[in-house]
Design a protein around this ligand. Sequence first.
Ligand SMILES: Nc1ncnc2c1ncn2[C@@H]1O[C@H](COP(=O)(O)OP(=O)(O)OP(=O)(O)O)[C@@H](O)[C@H]1O
Ligand SMILES: [Mg+2]
Length: 484
Amino acid sequence: MTQNLTQNLPAQNLAKDDFRIRLLIVDDEQTIRRLCMTVGESLGFVCLEAESGDVALALLEEQPVHMVLTDMVMPRMTGLEFLEQVKRTYPRIEVAVMTGHGSVETAVQAMKLGAYDYISKPFAPLDELRLFLRRMADKVRLVEENLYLRERSETETSLHGIIGNSTGIQNVLRLISRLKDTHTPVLISGESGTGKELVARALHFRGSMANRPFVAVDCGSLVPTLIESELFGYEKGAFTGALRSKQGLLQSADTGTIFFDEVGELPLEMQAKLLRFLQEKEVRPVGSNQKVKVDVRIMAATNRDLDAEYRKGTFRKDLFFRLNVVAISLPPLRERRSDIPILAAFFLERLAPGRGVQLSSAAMKALLAYDWPGNVRELENCLERAVALGDQRIIEINDLPPSIARSDSETEMLDAPRFPGADLRTTDLEDIERATIERVFSQVKGDKVRAGKMLGISRATLYRKLKRYNIGTHEEAQPPSTLQ
Ligand SMILES: Nc1ncnc2c1ncn2[C@@H]1O[C@H](COP(=O)(O)OP(=O)(O)OP(=O)(O)O)[C@@H](O)[C@H]1O
Ligand SMILES: [Mg+2]
């Protein structure tokens, strides 16, 4: 029997409104088939019939069917054999069985093979069959409806909450659909706050491994000396303080996904160990001489330019190529400003469900003009603040943080003299921003590339802010310590 997976899978091509249950009745007795057809049709089903299991299987290859009602005792192929075949080839089709009186055992067996339920023949009164089929149809409808809704939302803009109509985001969504059911390693790159983790989660939770573990490892926050034992686990007594043995993160992710966030932060020594793991697919806990097989899908994210780093030698080239089998790159928000309105609408609805909060046109203009060094996360935070501050339905430009509110008319505002009575919030926040930049700038001894990275803002934004706050403009002439 050839498997036909396209025909009888979901009724996804049926528009919701003209969704009609398709019932297949299988019985060698014509009178029984007629009777069931009449009842099914009275419930509004499309009814099909077959006089034996093999005829029914042939029919299933050609026609979509949601539910089957089958006799148990039939020539050539028994009801149980038929049920088993259907469940194997079309797991989503619900199958109910009709049993002659006294054959409880067959009914039990059928249930074990995945039958929906059983009903005994002869049907007296007929209403019993009607009710039985109606309940079964309700279940089918519920499942189909959920599938329909899920598939519809997948094909529309949002995939696991990833919003965006820009070509950049649409390309990412397409890649996710293509990769979600594979084991291919994926390297996700993008500036801070562009949605790298969101993409990794979508790849896992939208795919066939959704109910397997998803373990995220933040390489940036792990203490270097503990990374190995965290990843590979350790045996009791492996080092001072190892009072009992502990499973490592790699093993916890077995059969699922392990996601190395900020993989560029991994020390070179650990990069070598990770590479070895990827080659051998085995872990050896610290202090143990036993190796354990671990089968995981690997994903990694970085906001650094690993391509440049491996050329410089700060990231292992061989590891880079192992991780970067498929690259997904998330464009910064300022390069896809067309996504700002729908992202804003999405966040406002999530932050204040049902309140219909909107942005005034001046506020929207400011959001569109701003550079978003912190990308989508910054937008989300900015709206959260606005919703918390404003108690009305419209977010005005004054509800936005000053740096954003100002972005529309930046130059004139910047050059305007500060009046003593100026908005206090503005001054407070600017003081904080200035102090932060000054601190970081002196920490990195005036290295603008590093300062930008530490602050999570682009070089252009950093230059703009340095100029605005008059920081480091003389750094060539002065030692950085004088910037304190
Ligand atoms: N396209 C998007 N649609 C909806 N929400 C998004 C989108 N992109 C990002 N977000 C939201 O923005 C926030 C930041 O996303 P995420 O944590 O995935 O970014 P990241 O790239 O991993 O950032 P970092 O580099 O700082 O770790 C999250 O709350 C996420 O839900
Ligand atoms: Mg992240």
